[in-house]
Design a protein around this ligand. Structure first.
Ligand SMILES: Nc1ncnc2c1ncn2[C@@H]1O[C@H](COP(=O)(O)OP(=O)(O)OP(=O)(O)O)[C@@H](O)[C@H]1O
Ligand SMILES: [Mg+2]
Ligand SMILES: [Zn+2]
Length: 510
């Protein structure tokens, strides 16, 4: 007899419904699984057989064929254990077909019949909802994330036995419910700008970067606080909206990185991959494509500490996603796209030993070593970083002083005000912040005062700027004016923006 059970499959972050067709017929005992299953999926056969036997069900000594349709879509991971087991129970008359029709099933089985959590439940449940399937059976461990999909009944199960009793009407399971908005309103993450002593100019630059969504490069000697500052950037960015939090959560669900007890990612991500990271780790992809660090930093901060130490091909691969806010990964079965709209914060020492230009310690590097070191950061990448910043070592007086810095919550208020101006400027959809303005928008929205115009003309000639640098400078000036609530960009705004590009002439001459 033929049984049909519903499940879902993902392609990138989007998905579609999968029909699990199970046929049990007379013949030599066998168990075939077809329909483009990957390795983890093929191993379902062994898990399902053991789980059914150990849960006290009859496992048919007949010919079993399981087809995952449509057959042209790759089925990944162990999440089809549950629908396959249910299909066999229906095909052998241990469950009624009509009892399973309305549900979508997702879950891995352990050999003793327990239902194990799997990665990617939230995007799978959203895919089901898109097809108007509004009842899903998921592992208990994934119930909270599944329930983030609104208007879907989520039935958490612990074991195949419990599920079967539920489907036979012998046991009640009440749908799992969460109030996602309640989850969203949770406090900060601890690392506060109040901990940073002194460093007024650096704090200011961080605020400007946050206000306009500008990428940032910090150059400074060891111990000057670059890492400390970068970690505090997410805390001065605007609070996440629910939609943003859900987008991030989908990515973390897919990567299997949701923490137990925290179904919704409510803080802006901060990712700091090591400089030995591979292109796949950073960008995403691989044989079983996973989102990379740049997607895990979506709506948050990607911190690349010791930027010159990263592999060249990795840095080059960053360029396109930085520009587009999404990353496309090509695969045999077609390209998948993951979101990657992030703020890049990069840090570097001024030279291999770290002390170039330090008033207190002497640099031991040769000019050739210095040039080679920073030269590893290519011009095109440098061009995508709006703000270049020197981070001097903090003054002893500042560090020893008792005076705490301004807290993140206060800075965030100014950032949010500037972001509101930008939201109104660009309207709903499309451009989200000044850093992402198109060249046409730069021309339209960056009107300069007369004084600012003549300053720009002289700077442009003196610094020998590329057209791209010119636009970057205007975008930063736009943000500085927004922080002040000024419609027109004044000379003072532009002068500050010019400063944020002045390291180029010093460290990357020619
Ligand atoms: N402005 C500051 N206020 C308070 N503490 C500071 C400040 N700057 C640095 N520190 C202290 O110095 C420590 C080292 O800073 P951090 O690790 O951020 O430096 P870094 O610039 O990243 O150094 P490296 O180049 O070695 O990575 C911090 O953990 C912090 O305790
Ligand atoms: Mg550091
Ligand atoms: Zn040096």
């Amino acid at each position: 007899m033929l049984a049909i059970v519903k499940s879902t499959a993902l392609f990138g972050l989007t998905g579609q419904v999968v029909q699990v067709e199970v046929d049990v017929s007379n013949g030599l005992p066998s168990f075939d699984l077809v329909g483009l299953p990957d390795m983890a999926c093929r191993e379902s056969r062994d898990r399902v057989r053991a789980a059914m036997k150990n849960s006290g069900f009859e496992f048919p000594a007949r010919r079993i064929t399981v087809n995952l349709a449509p057959a042209d879509l790759r089925k990944e991971g162990p999440l089809y254990d549950l629908p396959i087991a249910v299909g066999i129970l229906v095909a052998t008359g241990q469950l009624e077909q009509s009892a399973v029709d309305r549900y979508v099933f997702l879950g891995e089985l352990s050999l003793n019949g327990q239902v194990r959590g799997v990665a990617g439940v939230l995007p799978n449940v959203l895919a089901a909802r898109e097809q108007d399937l509004r009842a899903v059976v998921v592992p208990r461990d994934n119930a909270a994330e599944a329930a983030l999909a609104r208007e879907v009944e989520v039935y958490p199960v612990e074991s195949l036995g419990q599920l079967t009793r539920f489907l036979r009407g012998e046991e009640q399971i009440s749908p799992y419910e969460v109030d996602p908005l309640l989850l969203l309103n949770r406090g900060g993450n601890g690392a506060d700008m109040a901990d940073v002593r002194g460093q007024a100019a650096v704090r200011r630059a961080l605020e400007v970067a946050a206000a306009g969504g500008h990428n940032l490069l910090m150059i400074g000697p060891p111990g000057s606080g670059k890492t400390m500052l970068a970690r505090r950037l997410p805390g001065i960015l605007p609070d996440l909206t629910f939609e943003e939090a859900l987008e991030i959560t989908k990515i973390y669900s897919l990567a299997g990185l949701l923490k137990p007890g925290e179904p919704l990612v409510t803080q802006r991500p901060f990712r700091s991959p090591h400089h030995s990271a591979s292109a796949v780790g950073l960008i995403g992809g691989g044989r079983h494509p996973r989102p990379g660090e740049i997607s895990l930093a979506h709506h948050g901060v990607l911190f690349l500490d010791e930027l010159p130490e990263f592999h060249r091909d990795v840095l080059e691969a960053l360029r396109q996603p930085l520009e587009d806010g999404v990353v496309t990964i090509s695969r045999v079965s077609g390209a998948v796209t993951y979101p990657a709209s992030l703020m890049l914060v990069a840090a570097a020492n001024p030279c291999p030993c770290g002390f170039l230009g330090d008033p207190a310690r002497e640099c031991t590097c040769t000019p050739y070593q210095v040039q080679r070191y920073l030269g590893r950061i290519s011009g095109p990448l440098l061009d995508r970083i709006d703000i270049h910043l020197e981070v001097p070592r903090v003054d002893y007086e500042d560090l020893a002083g008792r005076e705490p810095g301004e807290p993140s919550s206060e800075i965030k208020k100014r950032v949010e005000r500037a972001r509101n101006i930008q939201r109104q400027r660009f309207g709903p959809g499309g451009t989200s912040c000044n850093a992402r303005m198109t060249p046409a928008q730069v021309r339209r929205f960056c009107s300069l005062s007369r004084e600012a115009r003549s300053l720009l003309a002289s700077v442009f000639r003196r610094l020998n700027l590329s057209a791209r640098s010119h636009d970057r400078m205007l975008k930063v000036a736009r943000t500085i004016a927004d922080l002040e609530g000024s419609e027109v960009i004044e000379a003072a705004h532009l002068a500050e923006a010019v400063q944020y590009r002045s390291l180029e002439a010093r460290y990357w001459p020619g």
